[in-house]
Design a protein around this ligand. Structure first.
Ligand SMILES: [Zn+2]
Ligand SMILES: [Zn+2]
Length: 268
């Protein structure tokens, strides 16, 4: 049976959600990506975009969530995900142990009083926590991982199936040591989703924050041979007009590189 391979950007904002008339086109929801590949449905990150996941977009009763890391902009939508109000739904959540805390402990740090009224067990759906291995198979989808560079750690993902592959490199600074490994990891992918939160001017004062510039993201896309590139994790105060202006400059240099926006559906 042939399946359509699509990626839906449910949240493309970084650091914190934003709203207002200056953010309508790119949207204000934080990191969450729906990948539909080889008959499987996966979510990468559970930022506030996950709270807007439409139940009809998940045909099965099983969903996989791969966390890059548990910073709140990547986890905020999990407690409010509409699919988790369905009692026959199973969510398999994979996250790396960080600083001696398992993925379950990281999620529970948010989902307990005083930050949240109830724990994961209060949701009608079943959440099954798993330690993230170096690679894993979910049905016909293969997932590879590599560690990125970010305060507290981060996982970079490559998700492959049906002859297509998607790489998510968010919240990851491209150090000299990391770049060659990352280029090889993302080599010839169909879609690279890459953090490009900052302009070159901003970079001087923010290079230790664990992110990237949009030109660094676009260059990685070119160097690894990605067929399509979307820059994500937009700064929360970056307006639509500012993102359009940046996108014009970047796409003049790298024609297959665009700035992602909330609810964008990308055909692989
Ligand atoms: Zn982030
Ligand atoms: Zn982060």
């Amino acid at each position: 049976m042939e399946h359509k391979s699509t990626v839906t950007l449910l949240g493309t904002r970084g650091s914190m959600p934003c709203s207002g008339k200056e953010y309508l086109r790119y949207g204000g929801r934080t990191s969450c990506i729906l990948v539909q590949l080889a008959g499987e449905t996966l979510l990468l990150d559970g930022g506030s975009g996950m709270a807007f996941l439409k139940p009809k977009s998940v045909p099965s009763r099983r969903l996989t969530l791969l966390l890059t890391h548990a910073h709140v902009d990547h986890l905020l939508g999990l407690p409010m995900c509409p699919l988790l109000t369905e009692k026959d739904m199973i969510l398999d959540l994979y996250a790396a142990t960080r600083d001696g805390r398992s993925g379950e402990q990281q999620v529970r740090a948010l989902m307990q009083p005083p930050l949240w009224p109830v724990g994961p067990e209060a949701l009608p759906a079943a959440i099954r926590f798993h330690e993230l291995p170096a690679s894993l198979d979910i049905g016909a989808v293969h997932v590879d991982t590599m560690p990125g560079v970010h305060p507290g750690g981060v996982t970079v993902y490559r998700v492959s199936g049906a002859g297509k592959s998607v790489v998510l490199a968010t919240d990851c600074t491209f150090t000299e040591d990391l770049l060659p490994i990352l280029r090889e990891f993302a080599k010839d992918c169909d879609l690279l989703l890459c953090d490009g939160q900052y302009s070159e001017e901003e970079w001087a004062s923010r290079s230790s924050f664990g992110h990237n510039t949009w030109f660094a993201a676009a260059k990685l896309g070119q160097d690894c041979g990605a067929k399509q590139v979307r820059i994500i994790h937009h700064a929360p105060d970056r307006t639509d007009d500012e993102l359009d202006a940046a996108a014009n400059v970047v796409s003049a240099r790298c024609p297959n590189c665009r700035f992602g926006y909330d609810e964008e559906v990308i055909l692989l």
